[in-house]
Design a binder for this molecule. Structure first.
Ligand code: ZN
Length: 505
């Protein structure tokens, strides 16, 4: 009866349990690996052999068959070294089997038997808890990350020899200790932005109602600086959100395993040369930018320069707040709930409308550029703000703006009101469905007639009306007002929520 030891592989941002079954046969010594191992897993045979010998054990002089199950799931990564080594030692009766069956094993081995960190440890610990294991044995360097998952024993080991002693109950491996959560340290603050009062308001409204935002203006007017400050005014992450983000970034290899949980909402700003797969994921099953931006902000600077394919793949995640990738081994679902900030220049050269710099773009090129700012994707953007070139006096003014912390407090209160109003149906105003908008807004009669007049004069559609009402609802929530009033509607109009339908001058 061959013995089974458990390891795991990453699929999307989740870990999947993999049984490592080892069988020793009286044939020529050789290691045979079956069950869709990727080349990185195949190479494990040599590392495991050296590590076992270097740790003072004997490598079996027999044919070693390692079967990975489920057989149809492709196994990636170097985290299988440890479960394979443990499986061989158990089958060769060089260590006791009892503990080996109750733990999940994760780790890469060096030729000398040391355990090396792997990416995705948080996901592995999560899996171990969900699957009812007593605990998970991980490389010591990864233990603080794995220990962020509560209710599972995380055992930190530095070498195969230590793991073997633990299995023989001669040594108790130390328990992993999570790094304490420091208060979030933001690299930027709204306070150090001068001027752009209109844009600051739009940023606050975007944060308070979960609205997507389009910033238009010439190069150098502060679009990137504004967008980068959105995470600093969004509500603080809950523990669950923080762990989810940490798990995603760990799987992507972007999180130091000895760091604490992520405290600051992610801000991702991919260049417009990115491929569709880079945006939504797919290459090597790694998460794409939309998943890395989950619970945070995706900033697409020079949005019209993104290739059509890349702009189109964003529709799905913007609508469904997740990405579904079709794989040979089945579907992989990745979370992708992010706030979108898109930015555009007035024209390809950036100078159109500038008081002193001439625009060199042919009119046709300018029109093509503008045309890319319409369509179904832009329909998901509630706020459009035009930024003017900033005056040197504004840039250098001594007057300090409000700090991110002050704005965030207002945003958090506004979000609280939305949560109370919508219970479980939606989480924020931006997500309101068409049939919910009217009731949620509770607009008074004067506000409704202002909206009506505005829509009729501009011959704008009911959809524009709903978008204006959603933004007006957020403005009311920021003030703590129960009903949407005329001034909220007027300010929503000022935030230019309807430009796309009237066409842009
Ligand atoms: Zn131009």
């Amino acid at each position: 009866m061959p013995s089974v030891v458990y390891g795991a592989t990453l699929s999307g941002v989740e870990a999947v349990r993999v049984g490592v079954e080892v069988d020793l046969l009286r044939r020529l010594p050789q290691v045979v690996m079956v069950g869709l191992p990727a080349p990185s897993v195949r190479e494990s045979a040599d590392r495991v052999r050296s590590a076992i010998v270097a740790s003072g054990f004997e490598f079996p002089r027999q044919r070693v068959v390692v079967a990975l199950a489920p057989a149809d799931l492709r196994k990636e990564g170097t985290a299988f070294d440890l479960p394979i080594a443990v499986g061989i030692l158990v089958e060769a009766k060089q260590v006791k089997a009892a503990r080996a069956a109750r733990y999940l094993f994760v780790g890469e081995l060096s030729l000398s038997g040391e355990l090396r960190p792997v990416r995705g440890t948080l996901a592995f610990a999560w899996l171990a808890r969900a699957e009812g294991f007593t605990g998970v044995v991980v490389p010591a360097a990864c233990a603080p990350e794995a220990a962020l998952v509560e209710g599972i024993e995380v055992r930190a080991a530095t070498s195969l020899a230590e793991v073997a002693a633990f299995l023989d109950e001669e040594l108790e491996l130390p328990l992993g200790v999570p790094r304490p959560c420091d208060p979030p340290a933001f690299a930027a603050d709204l306070r150090d932005l001068r001027g752009q009062t209109g844009a600051r308001e739009a940023l606050e409204v975007a944060a308070a109602g979960g609205h997507n935002l389009l910033l238009e203006g010439p190069p150098g007017c502060g679009k990137t600086m504004l967008a980068a400050r959105l995470p600093t005014i969004l509500p603080r992450m809950t523990l669950a959100e923080a762990l989810e983000c940490t798990r995603i970034h760990s799987v992507a290899g972007l999180h130091a395993p000895d760091a604490g949980a992520l405290q600051v909402r992610p801000f991702r700003a991919p260049h417009h040369s990115i491929s569709a797969a880079g945006l939504v994921g797919g290459a090597n099953l790694r998460p794409g930018e939309v998943t890395l931006a989950h619970n945070g902000v995706l900033f697409l600077d020079e949005f019209p320069e993104f290739p059509r394919g890349a702009r189109e793949v964003l529709r799905g995640p913007l609508e469904d707040r997740r990405v579904v990738l079709a794989r040979a081994s089945g579907r992989v679902v990745l979370p992708a709930a992010f706030s979108l900030v898109a930015a555009a220049n007035p024209c390809p050269c950036g100078n159109h409308g500038h008081p002193s710099r001439p625009c060199i773009c042919p009119e046709a090129a300018r029109e093509r550029y503008r045309a890319r700012l319409s369509g179904p994707l832009i329909d998901r953007i509630d706020l459009r703000i035009e930024l003017l070139p900033i005056r040197p006096s504004e840039l250098l003014g001594n007057e300090e703006g409000e700090s991110s912390a002050v704005v965030r407090e207002r945003v958090e209160r506004a979000r609280e009101r939305q949560r109370a109003r919508y219970a479980d149906t939606v989480t924020c105003n931006a997500e309101l469905r068409a049939e919910q908008v009217q009731e949620a807004a509770q607009a008074d009669s004067k506000a409704l007639s202002l909206l009506q007049t505005y829509l009729e004069t501009g011959s704008a559609s009911a959809r524009v009306g709903r978008r204006l009402l959603k933004v007006a609802r957020t403005l009311a929530d920021l003030e703590g007002a129960t009903r949407v009033r005329t001034d909220h509607v007027a300010r929503a109009i000022g935030l230019r929520c309807d430009l796309d339908e009237r066409g842009v001058a």
